[in-house]
Unconditional design. Structure first.
Lengths: 97, 322
């Protein structure tokens, strides 16, 4: 099941991250809130709590319409998920053994 | 047990599906609220649902609201799954019609335990519906023969007469009475009498069309309502019933009991808009004429039959004619 979930994550997450980036660049608070919410759900399923907490803050900013904070927080989030993906790859190799 | 899961996020959906399949559920997975509402609002849709709060098209509380609007369908137990944890969110979710609330990421054991709570409630609902249906059946049917009871057959006759007047068609009313039934009880005992009544009910039902009505009108008296039938058909069907009753003795626990039936037939279109009670009285007079003619026969009421039989009616009360 873990392997299957990781595969779904690897397939789905880049699309979601792209959608979030576009929403942040467009300063579209509704789309930011929606994409951040989806990312949060995916990350929580993998117990990636730090990245989930960051994107939850981004979701909150989206809901409150605080567009000024989008870019900085998104950069932090991207940085965290950048570190996360290699860890997940390692997990997947472990799961495939 | 079938369960619907609705979540737009593929990982959560997959995780839920696997967890529930392993727990023995038959899972239907959809990815938005509109699909969930459509599935849950169908007649034989799943009765258990796990709904994500935030979904495209229609959110979880929206799905709950739509499902609860459909009052006529059986109960659907719905659990909202979401990362929203604020008290006002919990209240809003439950106010929308959800039965329970679980925060994501879910704990598999807690999820299964909460679904078992739902299953207990659905089981209770099933038993309540079953009891209600049983009571409804008893309120409308005769306990011995399972035919419509007197109140119900009269109500059905009233409805049918209104329809036939509206649509200008004829309804045939057959008042049927077992001959010498008192002798059956006296000779063979009341248990055999009950067996005769049950077998008579079966023979009556097998002699009419599926959309005709057959009720127990009194002790050994039955009322048959033939919908949308012309006079010739009404008489022929009455004869067919008479033959079906008399064709062979009823096998009872105390031996074979020969039976026959007298029938009074009345066709509604000949009687205009007269009240139900008067029409039944005319059918009763025709039945009385059949009894007077030697029993085991059919007599059809006609507009002047009332005058013709007035003397007989005055001389012998209905209760004594059997």
């Amino acid at each position: 099941l873990l392997r299957e979930l990781l595969l779904v994550f690897k397939h789905e997450f880049p699309h979601n991250l792209l959608a979030l980036r576009e929403a942040v660049e467009a300063k579209d608070e509704n789309r930011v809130a929606t994409a951040a919410h989806t990312s949060k759900g995916m990350l929580l399923n993998l117990a990636a709590n730090r990245a989930a907490a960051t994107v939850a803050q981004l979701e909150q900013l989206g809901r409150q319409g605080e567009v000024a904070g989008f870019a900085a927080l998104f950069a932090t989030f991207e940085n965290e998920t950048g570190k996360l993906l290699p860890q997940l790859d390692a997990c997947m190799q472990e799961a495939c053994k | 047990m079938r369960i619907l899961i609705a979540d737009d996020e593929a990982m959560s959906r997959r995780l839920l599906q696997k967890t529930l399949e392993r727990a023995g559920y038959e899972v239907i997975a959809v990815e938005n609220g509109r699909q969930a509402a459509n599935q849950l609002c169908t007649t034989n849709g799943p009765k258990l649902a796990l709904l994500d709060w935030v979904m495209p098209e229609l959110d979880g509380p929206g799905v709950c609201g739509e499902v609860r609007k459909r009052k006529e369908q059986s109960y659907v137990y719905m659990v909202l799954l979401t990362s929203k944890e604020a008290k006002e969110d919990v209240v809003a979710g439950l106010e929308s019609g959800a039965d329970d609330y679980l925060t994501k990421p879910f704990d598999a054991e807690e999820l299964k335990a909460r679904l078992r709570t739902g299953l207990r409630i659905l089981d209770l609902e099933d038993r309540l519906v079953e009891a209600r249906e049983e009571m409804r059946f008893k309120a409308m049917h005769d306990s011995l023969t399972s035919l419509w009871n007197r109140g119900m057959i009269l109500e059905l006759l009233g409805r049918e007469l209104s329809r036939s007047r509206r649509e200008h068609v004829s309804t045939a009313i057959l008042l049927c009475d077992l001959d010498h039934f008192k002798n059956v009880n006296d000779t063979f005992g009341h248990l055999a009498g009950d067996e005769v009544l049950r077998e008579t009910a079966k023979r009556l039902l097998s002699s009419v069309r599926s959309y005709d009505f057959v009720g127990r009108y009194g002790g050994e008296e039955f009322l048959v309502v033939l919908n949308n039938c012309d006079p010739a058909f009404g008489f022929a069907r009455a004869e067919q019933i008479r033959r079906a009753i008399a064709q062979r003795p009823v096998q009872t626990s105390t031996g074979p009991v020969p039976v026959s039936m007298s029938l009074g037939v009345l066709l509604s279109h000949e009687w205009g808009a007269r009240p139900l009670e008067e029409l039944l009285q005319e059918a009763d007079l025709a039945l009385y004429a059949a009894k007077a003619a030697g029993r085991n026969c059919v007599k059809v009421a006609s507009p002047n039959a009332a005058d013709r039989d007035a003397d007989l009616r005055a001389n012998e009360p209905a209760k004594q004619r059997r």
